[in-house]
Design a protein around this ligand. Structure first.
Ligand SMILES: *Cc1c(COP(=O)(O)O)cnc(C)c1O
Length: 371
């Protein structure tokens, strides 16, 4: 048996006719760049997120960038975030002309450790970006409390957390703005690049709307220097269909994660993901920690199971950030995770046979290691 890491074909097949009809409607309406279908998706995604507004943008990186720009982040400012994330979180900070300041992650949830945030704040700190890594939110209350007390803005990187909850409230709705990616492999994925920002703040919404559309207040009136960061109509049409299936698909992911956790409960050599008591975890990624990760991955792939690594190099040790001057040892939890993380196959359509095969091959690997 072969178990892929992700199976987008299986994900799209049952809805293919519905997608084709929706795309045909976009073609017939000439609603390609922004427009009425995007507006419909925005309304539905805001309702799903429990926020007043949602804005469709080009991708998740745009979403983070526009949110920071609209909050006034610029040259000379510092923005605190986690070193264990996809590069885009830090890129958005850098593309505002600001400097990313990293704070190590919590060893259980792998999100920004609130206990370490305060000591990273300086006179230049403007904002905090907690990353809801793997589908579980950061512990937001202490982060929001620090931000309130110190006059900082908070932007959630919810690019891996569509449908996740913190104390019963939707990811993305907890701070000044919440940023989502609809890259095809995300829990809610488009047919290409797309993203969204959600917020309850009308002034912030207006600024972000201008930024994504060349700074236009109305057609050919450019109030600020913006960018082309609109969502495509075709992506919105696809996302409207997929949004209706998101909760059901997240439930399937949670069931697969519970299966892996239960089946591997006695395996002491592997650290399993833990859902915090505050969290509804939606398992964008199911990451184990394994000491001999590289041999594990090679062996398990030879046995037919495709795994991934999210992420092998923490952001502060990336070559692109060499000028920031971080050394190995700066953020020990993130660095250790980067060496040990391995992501098992995780997608809603994973079959009972496939997930049982994954566990069987992990156990066979462990037996072979011991003998
Ligand atoms: C995917 C992702 C992004 C970027 O989203 P794009 O749509 O690829 O630009 C940002 N942050 C995190 C944590 C992500 O997983």
């Amino acid at each position: 048996m072969q178990v892929p890491f992700l199976d987008l074909k299986a994900h799209h097949q049952p809805l293919k006719q519905e997608f084709l009809e929706a795309i045909e409607q976009v073609i017939d309406a000439n609603a390609f760049a922004g427009g009425p279908v995007v507006a419909q998706f925005e309304e539905e995604f805001a309702a799903y997120s429990g926020t007043r507004f949602a804005l469709g943008v080009g991708n998740g990186t745009d979403a983070l960038w526009f949110a920071l720009l609209a909050l006034g982040v610029g040259p000379g400012d510092e923005v605190i975030s986690a070193p264990m994330t996809f590069m885009a979180t830090a890129e958005a900070i850098s593309y505002c002309g600001a400097t990313p300041v990293f704070v190590d992650i919590d060893p259980q949830t792998y999100a920004l450790n609130p206990a370490l945030v305060e000591q990273a704040i300086t006179a230049k700190t403007k904002a905090i970006i907690p990353v809801h890594l793997f589908g579980q939110t950061a512990d937001m209350d202490p982060i929001l409390e620090i931000a309130r007390r110190r006059g900082l803005r908070v932007v959630e990187d919810a690019c891996q957390a569509h449908g996740a909850e913190y104390k019963g409230r939707p990811a993305g709705s907890l701070a000044d703005a919440g940023c989502f990616s609809f890259y095809p492999g995300k829990n809610l994925g488009a047919f290409g690049e797309a993203g969204a920002i959600v917020t309850n703040d009308p002034a912030l919404r207006d600024r972000m709307q201008m930024l994504r559309d060349h700074g236009q207040s109305k057609k050919y009136h450019h109030a600020v220097v913006g960018w082309n960061g609109r969502m495509d109509g075709i992506q919105a049409a696809v996302l409207r269909i997929k949004l209706k299936h998101l909760n059901k698909n997240n439930d399937l992911r949670r069931d697969h994660a519970n299966f892996y956790n239960a089946q591997l409960a006695d395996v002491k050599e592997m650290v399993k993901p833990v859902a915090a008591s505050y969290a509804k975890h939606v398992y964008h990624v199911y990451a184990l920690r394994v000491a001999n990760r590289d041999r594990f991955m090679a062996e398990i792939s030879r046995r037919g199971v495709s795994c991934g690594i999210h992420y092998p190099i923490p952001v502060h040790l990336q070559e692109a950030y060499r000028l920031l001057g971080f050394q190995a040892g700066s953020f020990p939890v993130a660095e250790r995770c980067a060496q040990e993380f391995v992501s098992l196959p995780m997608f809603p359509e994973l079959t009972v046979d496939q997930r049982a095969f994954v566990v069987q091959e992990i156990r066979a690997f462990l037996r072979a290691e011991k003998s």
